[in-house]
Design a protein around this ligand. Structure first.
Ligand SMILES: Cc1cc2nc3c(=O)[nH]c(=O)nc-3n(C[C@H](O)[C@H](O)[C@H](O)COP(=O)(O)OP(=O)(O)OC[C@H]3O[C@@H](n4cnc5c(N)ncnc54)[C@H](O)[C@@H]3O)c2cc1C
Length: 387
């Protein structure tokens, strides 16, 4: 099948080209930028560039469900989506749906081609990211219809290399109101925009604190309707979460393969490590976690693809995939002993992703309580169950 062939080619590219560059890419800076540029050129040359992005914008035109089949292979390295040009899928989808013709014409092709990069700034240092109604960044309306944005955001992934940042700001109402929040597309070259500092996560680069000091934004760079950002944010997070889950499956599979290889090939005086039942327990539990999470993730993808309500399924998939990645990478490290903590395997980086996964895009607790409440509502209204 064409899709199997494409998945094989993506898997080969990520294994042979992207994975060897991971230490350089993780370190950030000019060497990382040069390595990423080289990978992108090779991905383009091999016809693997921007596979899930719309064909009319220069992408490969794969629908979400077809892309889901190869997103695991692409995401087996955290750098796979950036190297293969699918990283802008979320922003291109949001801007296509929620901006007007001028903004779309100005930015979408550049985003798909990789000439412009984008990032998303919602979380702030001084208010809980889990409660966006408390967002302190504000945008004031200008007489000509534009906006003046002022505030501070942090853990904005990729902000230092981005040409565009979508910022959540209060344009009306009061702290705590669900209405009155808006998303604004801010070019990072705008006067008043500043990267304040890098925020390494367990030593890895890629996260930044940014400041906006009366940054002027044209009126048509507001996404959707003024004051109605939370619906757009919800839509974005649903797609974003399942894309991450697919990539985490790929990374967990990679850790699982390392675990099994180590257990089967490293031998003590009584035989391979894998002969110990306690090591077999790690193999079983890791495989069980992987195999039970994969269908949850694909169920959520199928619902989103069909345009149906996927909030419960995305919540289940996100918590399951984050826990699973942390668990599988932890087992793989354990079976490697000290080598699993050192610099010779990707396990520390995979574990780092697994740990961060339980916080980013909403921490576990948020998904657990919102899924449970939604399920219980189905029982409290006289219905037989949530359906
Ligand atoms: C690697 C990484 C990349 C990120 N990238 C981005 C990005 O690109 N853009 C962006 O905007 N943000 C980004 N974030 C931020 C991330 O989305 C937030 O950290 C997350 O949503 C949690 O917000 P917070 O850190 O403010 O935690 P808080 O809201 O302060 O919550 C802290 C803790 O309190 C507990 N808690 C919170 N709410 C509840 C609840 N309802 N019930 C029970 N317990 C609760 C949880 O244990 C939670 O972890 C990133 C974070 C990381 C680590």
């Amino acid at each position: 099948m064409v899709e199997d062939d494409l998945r094989e080619r993506v898997a080969r590219f990520v294994t042979a080209e992207v994975m060897p560059c991971e230490p350089v890419l993780d370190a950030g800076g000019p060497a990382a930028a040069a390595a990423l540029g080289g990978l992108r050129d090779r991905a383009r040359a091999e016809g693997l560039w921007a596979l899930p992005l719309p064909r009319e914008l220069g992408g490969g035109g794969l629908p979400l469900r077809a892309y889901a089949a190869l997103a695991e292979a692409e995401g087996a390295s955290d750098h796979g989506p950036a190297a293969l040009g699918s990283a802008p899928l979320l922003d291109v989808t949001m801007l296509s749906r929620h901006t007007g013709p001028r903004v779309r014409a100005e930015h979408l092709r550049d985003l798909v081609a990789g000439r412009t990069r984008s990032c998303f700034a919602m979380t702030e240092p001084d208010v809980p990211g889990t409660d966006p109604t408390l967002t302190a960044t504000r945008a004031e309306r200008l007489a000509g219809g534009g906006w003046l944005v002022t505030g501070r955001k942090w853990f904005t992934s990729g902000a230092a290399d981005a040409g565009l940042v979508t910022v959540l700001a209060r344009t009306g109402g009061a702290p705590g109101d669900r209405a009155g929040l808006s998303l604004l597309l801010v070019p990072t070259r705008s006067p008043g925009f500043r990267v304040v500092r890098e925020l390494p996560v367990f030593g890895a680069s890629g996260q930044y604190e940014i400041a906006l000091d009366r940054v002027e934004v044209p009126g048509d760079q507001l996404l959707g309707e003024p004051g109605a950002a939370l619906a757009v944010v919800g839509e974005r997070l649903q797609l974003g979460r399942v894309l991450r889950c697919l990539r985490w499956l790929g990374q967990a599979q990679r850790a699982f393969d390392l675990l099994c290889h180590r257990a089967a090939t490293r031998a003590g005086s009584q035989g391979p490590l894998g002969d110990h039942q306690l090591v077999q327990q790690h193999v079983f539990d890791a495989l069980l976690a992987l195999r039970t999470t994969r269908p949850l993730v694909h169920e959520a993808v199928a619902l989103i693809d069909a345009g149906r309500d996927a909030r419960t399924e995305v919540g289940l998939a996100k918590v399951a995939a984050a826990r699973m990645l942390q668990r599988v990478t932890d087992s793989a490290i354990q079976i490697h002993g000290a080598a699993g903590l050192g610099p010779d395997t990707p396990l520390p980086a995979l574990f780092r992703t697994g740990r961060a996964a339980r916080v980013l895009d909403g921490p576990d607790e948020l998904h657990i309580t919102s899924v449970a409440r939604r399920v219980l509502r189905g029982y409290g209204t006289g219905a037989a169950g949530p359906g």
